[in-house]
Design a protein around this ligand. Structure first.
Ligand code: NDP
Length: 412
């Protein structure tokens, strides 16, 4: 991983980063989680300059039809489906092509090990850990959307990146924004990194109204079009908590210099304030194709077909402090970040269980944060919040936290 002393983050410096792939040789790219919101946005960008990319592996979990269509459209070398029962469907849909197919969790890891210049890691949840670690072990570029790698496995993941000499680029819009405005800065010159949050669909709702919210209401994000899991996390503000933990590992300025602010228009994605009072911010329309384009083309820039900003038409950008009384998940996530060790891994696993239970209508909105907090407390009592040395340690904690929260779920 290219890191220089002058860059207050674990990310490459413009001076040392080289474009991956060039006019003479297209970028060899694998997309893990190709059928998802980030995966399809990535492939949309690819389809606009296909000569610049060579698609190696595409993966999905169960959507064999869409995976096959994407693999055909992009002439992928390999198409892998996580759910083994869908292999027949995938093979049938790819009959007559030379695209290799495989299925199952081990096959996802093997797909991530196919030699590439860049892996776009966009599997949702802790299920993305093993394949993304495998991608990192190649020593190439990892464009990271799967925030769970940093949330659950923080130091273990950044160590794996360093050991392999890989290059980590953030895809999450706030972290991409921070990366863009911080490149070259002296760490001591930074006063605060402030991530923005849209506030989600319940930003102006009362606590009582949020308590009664349905999955359909929570899935209606005002600005961003995203997968279901992250959309619910945006409604609870857990997503901002996960992103603070992600930022903690990407930009090691310490927890006290990391904060968030509600900015309903989602135009500014991150603000970095410096000790002299200057505040640098990155602005863009809320469209993930911008940060994906940054991660694919850095240190160059590639065109993205996003709506150009018209500030005169927007006219007003507003900001509010987040309300942890109506959005307790943010408080719970901040506490897990401060606790450190495996607390964020427990937080993430319990939250995945809770979000699924909410979508299945087994629990209500505020139960999400309550279940996560209860699971963290139980894990602490059991001595399970401790330093982790390896991915296996993280996966064991993840399993334990899921079991604990599923057990507690029966009491709701
Ligand atoms: P989606 O739910 O839209 O897509 C998830 C992708 O992962 C799909 O390809 C899905 O396959 C695959 N997948 C799901 N479960 C598994 C599994 N168990 N094993 C292997 N693959 C699996 O998610 P998003 O694209 O919204 O999010 C992807 C990641 O990017 C998340 O970590 C999210 O937090 C992060 N992110 C997303 C943003 C966004 O705007 N969407 C913004 C910033 C970060 P299938 O279609 O077959 O189910």
């Amino acid at each position: 991983m290219a890191v220089t002393a002058s860059v207050p983050n674990r990310l490459p410096d413009r001076a040392t980063a080289a474009p991956r792939g060039d006019a003479a040789r297209p970028m060899r790219l694998s997309v893990l989680g190709a059928t998802g919101s980030i995966g399809t946005s990535t492939l949309d960008l690819v389809s606009r300059t296909p000569e610049k990319f060579e698609i190696v592996a595409l993966t999905a979990q169960s959507n064999a039809k869409e995976l096959a269509a994407l693999a055909r459209r992009h002439n992928a070398r390999v198409a892998v489906i996580g759910d083994e029962t869908r292999l027949g469907e995938l093979r049938e849909a790819l009959a007559g092509t030379s695209i290799r197919t495989a299925a199952g969790p081990d096959a996802l890891v093997e797909a991530a090990l196919e030699p590439v210049d860049c892996t776009l890691a966009a599997i949702v949840g802790a299920a993305g850990l093993k394949p993304t670690f495998a991608a990192a072990s190649q020593g190439a570029r990892v464009a990271l959307a799967n925030k769970e790698c940093l949330v659950s496995a923080g130091h273990v993941f950044t160590s794996a990146i360093s050991r392999a000499g890989a290059e980590l680029l953030p895809v999450d819009s706030e972290h991409s924004a921070a990366f863009q405005v911080m490149a070259g800065a002296d760490p001591a010159s930074i006063d605060k990194i402030v991530l923005t949050a849209s506030g989600g669909p319940f930003r102006s709702w009362t606590r009582d109204a949020i308590a009664a919210a349905t999955p359909e209401q929570a899935l209606k994000h005002p600005n961003w079009s995203m997968g279901a899991k992250i959309t619910i996390d945006s409604a609870t503000l857990m997503n901002k908590g996960l992103e603070l933990i992600e930022a903690f590992h990407l930009f090691p300025v310490g927890v006290d210099k990391l904060d968030c602010i509600v900015h309903p228009q989602s135009i500014i994605h991150c603000l970095v304030s410096y000790v002299d009072g200057s505040v640098l911010a990155q602005m863009a329309s809320p469209d993930m194709r911008t940060p994906i384009a940054v991660a694919l083309s850095w240190p160059d820039r590639m065109a993205a077909p996003t709506e150009k900003l018209d500030l005169a038409r927007l006219a007003t950008l507003t900001f509010e402090a987040p309300d942890e009384n109506r959005f307790p998940a943010l408080r719970v996530a901040r506490a897990a970040m401060r606790r450190g060790d495996t607390a964020p891994a427990v937080l993430n696993a319990a939250n995945e269980v809770a979000v699924k239970a909410f979508l299945d209508r087994r629990i209500k909105m505020f139960d999400i944060a309550a279940l996560v907090e209860e699971t963290l407390a139980a894990a602490e009592r059991q001595g399970a919040i401790c330093p982790a040395q390896s991915l296996d340690d993280i996966l064991a904690v993840d399993d334990m936290a899921r079991a604990l929260s599923n057990e507690k779920l029966s009491g709701y």
